[in-house]
Structure formats: structure tokens, C-alpha cells
Ligand binder design. Structure first.
Ligand SMILES: [Zn+2]
Ligand SMILES: [Zn+2]
Length: 70
């Protein structure tokens, strides 16, 4: 299965996140400005350190919805 890819996630992604059928988020943004999908897993998906910068732990800042840049 693995072909030299850095394995960021071993937990299933909670995204896209829906509430009663309404799209709530396709990702979440950390205080470091990188998405949760770029953070490593801990006990939960994407709650660990950032793969892009030196952020040590995901700190929720905002929901991201695909198609919106901010
Ligand atoms: Zn971060
Ligand atoms: Zn980061």
C-alpha cells in the first residue's frame, strides 16, 4: 500500500463534515494558517503537529468550506 508517501493520517477523516445534510466544513484551519489535513494525527485526525511548518499542535481557528479561500 505505502509507496514512500509520508503518511500523515492513519485516522479516518471527519470531512466533509455535515450537519443535517448541510455542508459545514471540508477542512479546518489551524492558528498556523494550515489546514487540519496537513497536520499529523494524534488520537484524533489532524490534531498533531503540522507537516508544513513547525506548529506543534493543531489549534482550531476556522472552518473551511471547499471553494472558499478564507
Ligand atoms: Zn498548525
Ligand atoms: Zn502549519
Amino acid at each position: 500500500m505505502t509507496r514512500g508517501f509520508k503518511r500523515l493520517h492513519f485516522k479516518p477523516s471527519p470531512f466533509p463534515m455535515r450537519d443535517k445534510g448541510k455542508l459545514v466544513a471540508t477542512d479546518e484551519r489551524c492558528m498556523c494558517q494550515h489546514p487540519r489535513s496537513k497536520h499529523r494525527d494524534t488520537a484524533a485526525y489532524g490534531h498533531g503537529s503540522c507537516a508544513v511548518c513547525d506548529c506543534q499542535q493543531f489549534s482550531w481557528q476556522a472552518f473551511l468550506i471547499q471553494g472558499e479561500s478564507a
